[in-house]
Ligand binder design. Sequence first.
Ligand code: HGY
Ligand code: MN
Ligand code: MN
Length: 411
Amino acid sequence: MTTLSINAERLLGRLRELGQIGRDSDGRLVRLAGSDADKSGRDAFVAWIRNAGLDVAVDRIGNIFGIWRTADSADDAPILLGSHIDTVIDAGIYDGCFGVLSGLEVIETLKSAGFVPARPIAVAAFTNEEGVRYAPDMMGSLVYAGGLPVGEALATIGTDGTVLGAELERIGYAGPEEPGFLKPHAYVELHIEQGPVLEREGVPIGAVENLQGISWQRVTIEGEANHAGTTPMSMRRDAGYTAARVITFLRDRARNANTPTVATVGCLSFEPNAINVIPSRATFTVDLRDPDEDRLKAEEATLAAFLKELAAAEEVKVSVERLARFEPVTFDPSIVKLVEDAARSRGLASKRMTSGAGHDAQMISRIAPSAMIFVPSTGGVSHNPREHTSDADLVAGANILLDAVTRLAAQ
Ligand code: HGY
Ligand code: MN
Ligand code: MN
């Protein structure tokens, strides 16, 4: 049997086309969940799945599904593919979109080859995977997997004061289906690695066997505004200085630990934010991650103790709000092996690895056997317009997804 291959030109063309949708006045790619830009990306995806002759379904949290049902398998649990098409701010064109468009590409390739799957095959674009406007991240798949009540998710207030449910209504993606309406037989997500490992080792395929734990917090420090010129250093309750101490504390700890722990302060704002006023308030986010749950818990406890100590020493008030907390996840070993076997059959090297980034697969793994396929990221760069993966690696990854689905669909 000749080995089927995806239509590279169609996949790469759509990836580039979607990559142009949702650019701001500075040309940056910004498709935040529930925004007009997100709507434009969603509309493009829905048009492609309709043209492919798939059933289109949208659930209450706005997750979009393209479903290929064959007559005699219509009600069976589907093989689910997918990822997300919302982006971070000033994003690359591959994060999430590559997995969604490859899932559609695989279905179209199988359809046109006359393949008759033993069960439906579907592709999903999950809402708000990035969590930049509405926390937590992976929200659409978390709701889909039953990890967050849909009403609670729809009521989420964004960083811009908007309400997610109202935004989904406004853009026409507050769908009728109950999240979880399709119970997948298996889920496979193809994604760029977003890290340096595969490129550094010259390996084209990552067989992702686990994904690290994630802890997101928002910290607010309240000191006292005062005059920058007249207030002696010993009399300041400086929220800005205290925030800076926390940022360097987190980085130094993670940098000096010989563990895979990572710590990031991605957002920081001062009030009143004036050059000659000691900041009365500092608000910042903390993103802590570790593949080991006990170590992640210990890092959270160490941060809490440090904040308490600083509050006393600097006579400031510290409050912490939890934004997201997901334990590490182990993927289904049989699907991981199936990915490795598919790579080997195509003469491609593969490497078992841990995902440093969060993905929808970590949520869907709560309701179905799941695994991920990675392809290399040039320079390990992601969440950055310089994000890039070579066409050859993209096509190879999509073909491994095709092979994995063909094997799963025959089961
Ligand atoms: O935060 C993450 O790892 C993912 O990009 N949402
Ligand atoms: Mn992603
Ligand atoms: Mn991302």
